[in-house]
Design a protein around this ligand. Structure first.
Ligand SMILES: C[C@@]1(CC(=O)O)c2cc3[nH]c(cc4nc(cc5[nH]c(cc(n2)[C@H]1CCC(=O)O)[C@@](C)(CC(=O)O)[C@@H]5CCC(=O)O)C(CC(=O)O)=C4CCC(=O)O)c(CCC(=O)O)c3CC(=O)O
Ligand SMILES: NC(=O)C1=CN([C@@H]2O[C@H](COP(=O)(O)OP(=O)(O)OC[C@H]3O[C@@H](n4cnc5c(N)ncnc54)[C@H](O)[C@@H]3O)[C@@H](O)[C@H]2O)C=CC1
Length: 227
């Protein structure tokens, strides 16, 4: 091993005499990593067919996921039943209780969501997912969630998610409504236009329009769009 590789890595970091750390964002530990997870054409297992499952289906269908929904027919919420019937190409319906073999094809499964009224079965599914290293959300049981859902505003390509990190889901919904109400009605449409413009700019000058001002192509600001 060379001597530089074995020395203290911190001693290798150069000095930045002009830096002003007060301009860096402050760190507030204890939050979530909020991402826009791409599940387009990826397999998501949804266990349960009630009211909460119906809300999960909206999110999953909006994100173009391929869904396997496992729930006995007697427990289906009308909205869940409607989605199964109208989105047959996206939703594979398995009309029974969950069985461990439902996670047999482990490498094809991106996520597991449970929304069931049976805490014992929930914990069993959670434990199995951990064994198989599949990310899982157990509705209602924060310690059994690798990720939480949030309250989402959707307007075309615009998605805004509010999270209170488990402190107040209803409050999250109230804040989401307030944020949405503060935006002009045609915000989504305006963002579609920005997307089209950026695509065109890339066609004219490949590589431009991706890095903001530095590459000489300014993305339109809100005022340019009438927002
Ligand atoms: C941790 C988390 C895990 C997760 O589910 O991912 C979680 C956990 C729990 N929810 C509970 C209850 C309710 N949750 C809602 C609603 C929503 N819950 C959502 C998310 C989350 N809920 C995650 C944290 C998100 C955050 O903090 O921001 C929303 C935002 C998104 C969504 O689920 O899609 C969605 C609103 C969407 C919208 O309307 O926009 C309602 C209201 C209703 O259904 O109308 C009630 C009943 C009323 C009440 O109790 O307030 C309970 C207590 C159960 C009990 O005590 O029995 C727990 C467990 C606990 O807190 O310990
Ligand atoms: N966002 C959140 O975190 C929220 C979570 N909840 C919780 O989510 C859970 C589900 O709530 P709801 O949809 O209102 O309940 P629900 O009673 O309407 O639906 C439960 C569904 O699970 C199915 N089910 C039960 N055991 C099953 C199994 N072993 N395999 C497959 N399916 C099974 C039932 O047939 C039914 O379709 C409850 O624990 C509830 O307290 C409720 C509100 C919000």
């Amino acid at each position: 091993m060379s001597s530089s590789a074995s020395s203290d890595p911190l001693s290798l970091i150069p000095n930045f005499p002009d830096e002003d750390p007060s301009t860096y964002p402050p760190i507030q530990p204890g939050g979530s990593l909020i991402l826009a997870w791409q599940v387009h054409n990826k397999r998501v297992i949804l266990v349960g067919g009630g009211n909460v499952a119906a809300t999960r289906l909206v999110h999953l269908l909006n994100a173009d996921a391929l869904i396997t929904l496992i729930a006995p027919p007697a427990g289906l919420h009308p909205e869940t039943a409607y989605r199964i019937k109208t989105h047959g190409s996206r939703i594979t319906y398995i009309p029974r209780h969950f069985q461990p073999s439902d996670l047999g094809d482990v490498f094809s499964i991106s996520l597991v969501l449970t929304a069931i009224d049976d805490p014992v079965a929930s914990t069993e599914i959670y434990t199995l997912c951990k064994k198989l290293k599949i990310p899982v959300n157990v509705a209602d049981v924060p310690p059994e969630c690798d990720f939480y859902f949030g309250s989402v505003h959707r307007d075309g390509p615009l998605q805004i998610m509010v999270s209170t990190n488990g402190n107040g889901p209803k409050l999250a919904a109230m804040i989401r409504r307030k944020v949405a109400d503060s935006l002009p009605k045609d915000t989504g449409e305006a963002i579609v236009k920005v997307g089209e413009l950026r695509k065109k700019l890339r066609g004219i000058a490949p590589g431009k329009g991706e890095g903001g001002q530095e590459d000489g192509v300014d993305e339109p600001g809100l005022r340019d769009l009438g927002i």
